[in-house]
Design a binder for this molecule. Structure first.
Ligand SMILES: NC(=O)c1ccc[n+]([C@@H]2O[C@H](COP(=O)([O-])OP(=O)(O)OC[C@H]3O[C@@H](n4cnc5c(N)ncnc54)[C@H](OP(=O)(O)O)[C@@H]3O)[C@@H](O)[C@H]2O)c1
Length: 246
């Protein structure tokens, strides 16, 4: 098994890319803690994945919840080897109409929370002289789309945050990498993807001829979490069917 004796935290692990990654991690032997606000989603994941899974309810914008996530994971599993920053949100708004609160919300969920959780986890990884941090960014960190300035900005900043970690903590045996998904079929994109005409248009931007599935990202996540990628750090990996190659 590729993650035997490893432990992991996956934020937003109750649905979509996070849940698919949790399935892959548990299958490969990792004890995995998932985190999110919806208790029913966490319960479903726990029922499905059983003893290797720890489900912790909380809000990633709440500093106390973040500390509790780290404390409970360490209490239960003894250590944290892998941290997947996956929880995120998307909003659509022309910039000149965007409320300050909406901007702050996106930046809090997609960026500030990552600073806070990383800061809480780093001492554990530094002590054990190993760690692996994976950031779920977006192709919208590499190219922009209109009416999504807060999301685009948050994910662009995340890429640089990832590289900063790679340079700053490599000497502690800590790796940090980014995955940039293209359009993936999840709850986040459900409404968008129900627009058949729009999807037909957008599919022309995907050389591989299809949009992504959560498993496409989970597989990349598993690779970056495993020893197979032990010389990879500070990398920004598009998993996008060739979208950013066009
Ligand atoms: N789907 C795509 O096309 C796509 C493309 C590029 C990047 N991404 C990125 O992939 C990541 C996962 O998204 P997804 O597509 O899998 O959509 P999703 O199923 O909606 O997953 C988002 C997850 O984030 C959690 N979350 C959101 N706000 C939270 C908060 N305040 N506190 C705790 N958890 C929170 C949600 O759980 P709760 O609601 O239960 O809290 C949910 O499980 C996101 O970072 C997204 O930006 C997705």
């Amino acid at each position: 098994m590729r993650l035997e004796n490893k432990t992991a935290i996956i934020t937003g692990g109750g649905s979509g890319i996070g849940l698919s990654s949790a399935r892959a991690f548990c299958r490969e032997g990792a004890k995995t803690a998932i985190f999110g606000r919806r208790q029913d989603r966490l319960d479903e994941a726990k029922n499905e994945l059983g003893d290797n899974l720890l489900a912790i309810q909380g809000d990633i914008t709440n500093d106390d919840d973040i500390q509790r996530l780290v404390d409970e994971t360490v209490r239960e599993f003894g250590k944290i080897d892998i941290l997947v920053h996956n929880a995120g949100m998307f909003t659509v708004s022309p910039l000149h109409e965007m409320e300050d609160e909406a901007w702050d919300q996106v930046l809090n969920v997609n960026l500030r929370s990552i600073f806070k959780l990383t800061k809480a986890v780093l001492p554990h990884m530094m002590r054990q002289k190993s760690g692996n941090i994976i950031h779920i960014s977006s192709i919208l960190s590499l190219v922009a789309t209109p009416n999504a300035s807060a999301y685009n900005a948050s994910k662009g900043a995340l890429n640089q945050f990832c590289r900063s970690l790679a340079t700053e903590y490599g000497s502690f045996g800590i790796r940090s990498n980014v995955i940039c998904p293209g359009l993936i079929e999840t709850e986040m994109t459900e409404d968008l993807m129900s627009d058949e005409k729009l999807m037909e248009e957008w599919s022309k931007n995907y050389p591989i001829g299809r949009f992504g599935k959560p498993e496409d990202i989970a597989n990349a996540c598993l690779f970056l979490a495993s020893e197979e990628s032990s010389f990879i750090t500070g990398a920004i990996l598009p998993v996008d069917g060739g979208y950013t190659a066009l």
